[in-house]
Design a protein around this ligand. Structure first.
Ligand SMILES: [Zn+2]
Length: 467
């Protein structure tokens, strides 16, 4: 009895010694990224992992983690300095406090912000290639009309914020960024409206492409708009009654095209595909697999500290294997943890005349959003001809992984914008949503994710062929 009592006391002492000698808590915070930050947003979220026997309070609000320990919580930010005390307590009420100082500044706007400021109409000239002509003065969203080459004359009659308004035809305007155009010098100055004329049009066909060319007396503003089935090109500032010239093209299955203006010539290239009902073979399909982020670009960081770039690559490599086992031709934008610029990824796809481009990502939210309200799968596309692939993927991913299906959503993302391929960007789950953590912590997550992408791609191809 006595011996047991002694042993009991020794064990108890040892237990308390272990507990109290521990200096650190298991709590880890993955957001915010730094303890001192200056932001312009009106809110900020905290997320991370809480140890098993710990309670965490942020400014006296108790955090409620999921079983995995993952938690996210968002707070509003007042203008000026916001102090957050993250207090962690263990079973024995040992505490530690980590202080975050988040300064919110309001974005600086001039007095005339969002107002149209009229000016004497005059000619400007584009100073670089690919100046984006937009339907609205906003640098985001679905408002791209066309891409103007360097030395394109534009007739400008005013500005809104950082954009200049370009005359297209009566009551029809476009917008370009003011920093990409310059006023034509005094000697060349001519404030009269000088229309451009069409010199000739021509259509040529090869095995792989049909090219339609419009030869003009000079570069002019144009728009190229597709609804997935038809492509409509319109040329503006022309020497005719309408001041316009329009032409429609049928795109058909697997529609891919490119529209380029160069040295006064507009090229509309419709890319044929070797895929038809009769001779379809996986061997003829070139697929670009793009593992998002890499190297110095980590991407999102999950509640439990997982890095998006690592998981993306793991899924991409597994998808490559499955596709190749089924004879598809696969090109990877990266096969190691390295940084690859977005333009290099796009160029790789264009240079290889890829049919399909799938970019693999895991989602996060802007710092002012609430991660708990954002959950599941979303697949983004830009051009309407990529919508069916996006839908097919969001369905197969949510089926295989058990995520909420957020469907297909149109967004202006660089890798999805080119019209030369069917391009999508899949956000499989939210790394910062504590409930989605369970899904990506599953041992089979990357294998199942790869399989779900394979199914989504092949379902899409087969539906299109049968059309
Ligand atoms: Zn990403």
């Amino acid at each position: 009895m006595l011996k047991n009592k002694k042993l009991f006391i020794i064990l108890i002492t040892l237990f308390f010694y272990i507990i109290f000698s521990q200096k650190t808590f298991a709590l880890t915070l993955s957001h915010p990224e730094e303890q001192h930050m200056t932001v312009s947003e009106d809110g900020i979220f905290f997320s991370g992992k809480i140890g098993k026997y710990e309670n965490v309070y942020i400014n006296n609000v108790l955090m409620h983690p999921e079983k995995s320990g993952a938690f996210s919580y968002s707070f509003p930010l007042n203008e000026g300095e916001n102090i957050f005390a993250v207090q962690v307590k263990d079973l024995f009420l040992k505490t530690e406090t980590i202080k975050y100082t988040i300064k919110r500044v309001s974005p600086q706007h001039e007095q005339n912000y969002n107002k149209f400021v009229e000016q004497t109409p005059q000619y400007y000239i584009t100073m670089k290639d690919n100046v984006v002509l937009r339907s609205t003065p906003i640098d985001e969203g679905m408002n791209r009309l066309g891409y103007l080459p360097t030395d394109t004359k534009v007739f400008v009659d005013g500005t809104t914020n950082e954009f200049s308004r370009v005359y297209l035809s009566p009551n029809n305007y476009g917008w370009v960024m003011t920093k990409h155009i310059k006023s034509i010098t005094d000697s060349e100055k001519n404030n009269n409206y000088i229309p451009i004329s069409i010199l000739s049009t021509e259509q040529t066909k090869t095995n792989s492409d049909t090219t339609y060319t419009v030869t003009l007396s000079d570069n002019c503003p144009y728009s190229a708009i597709s609804d997935g089935e038809k492509l409509t090109i319109t040329l503006y500032n022309l020497d005719n009654d309408d001041e316009m010239f329009s032409k429609e093209f049928n795109l058909g299955n697997f529609p891919r095209y490119s529209v380029i203006m160069q040295n006064g010539v507009l090229y509309v290239m419709l890319k044929n595909t070797p895929i038809t009902n009769k001779n379809y073979s996986n061997r003829n399909v070139k697929i670009i697999i793009d593992a998002g982020h890499g190297g110095k670009d980590t991407g999102a960081v999950g509640c439990l500290g997982d890095k998006e770039k690592i998981l993306n690559l793991d899924i991409a490599l597994k998808l490559k294997k499955i596709l190749e086992e089924h004879n598809f031709r696969v090109i990877m934008t990266r096969e190691t943890d390295k940084f690859v610029p977005l333009n290099d990824r796009i160029k790789l796809a264009k240079d290889n005349n890829a049919l399909i481009f799938v970019s693999i990502h895991l989602n996060s939210v802007p710092i002012s959003s609430n991660p708990n309200l954002n959950q599941g799968t979303i697949v983004y596309y830009f051009n309407s001809q990529s919508k069916d692939l996006a839908q097919s993927l969001s369905k197969s991913i949510s089926n295989e992984l058990g995520t909420i299906n957020g469907g297909a959503s149109q967004a202006s993302l660089a890798v999805a914008r080119p019209t030369e391929y069917i391009g999508v960007l899949a956000e499989l789950v939210y790394l910062v949503n504590p409930k989605d953590v369970v899904i990506y912590k599953n041992k089979k997550f990357t294998s199942n994710a790869a399989l779900s992408l394979y199914k989504g791609i092949t379902d899409y191809i087969h539906t299109e062929i049968e059309k």
